[in-house]
Design a protein around this ligand. Structure first.
Ligand code: ZN
Length: 154
């Protein structure tokens, strides 16, 4: 589930900016070890240039951002389309038990951005299709053969 309530801007003022070529990337902690991992991942994911990505470095930070964004059901990430913000749970860089590769978590969020909707299936389909085209550029024009995995994304 994703939440689309506005995150108060004041929240972002207390975060630490990290330079990125196009996106704004913020972390809740100056010494957040996941920042570099996140930077490497988002360079492979088509976020819009005017997007802001917030990395929750600790579980407490994540829970706070979840509450602020009214996204308690999200486990890995959630996006606020109006605020052009995606909040990422830093735990996805360290734990396998959250279930899916970081790349796919981020792609799923760009799926929401692309469909401008909170629909999980639509966002996931977009992510799967993007991955498929990236893997096999030659078949990009071919009709889609596979369907959804049926797994429930965030
Ligand atoms: Zn989602």
């Amino acid at each position: 589930m994703s939440a689309f309530k506005a995150l108060p801007i004041v929240l972002l003022l207390s975060l630490c900016p990290h330079a990125a070529a196009t996106l704004h990337v913020l972390a809740t902690n100056k010494t957040c070890p996941a920042v570099n991992l996140l930077m490497a991942e988002i360079s492979q994911v088509p976020f819009p240039e005017d997007w802001t990505i917030v990395l929750a470095c600790t579980r407490l930070d994540w829970e706070k951002l979840q509450r602020t964004g009214d996204a308690q059901a999200a486990q890995r990430a959630f996006s606020n389309l109006e605020g052009k913000i995606t909040v990422v749970n830093g735990a996805i860089f360290y734990k396998d038990d959250v279930g899916r590769p970081v790349h796919r978590v981020l792609l799923h969020e760009t799926g929401h951005i692309h469909c401008r909707c909170g629909n999980e299936d639509q966002a996931e389909r977009w992510a799967l299709e993007y991955e498929r085209i990236k893997r096999m550029p030659a078949v990009a024009a071919a009709p889609e053969l596979g369907g959804s995995t049926g797994k429930k994304p965030d």
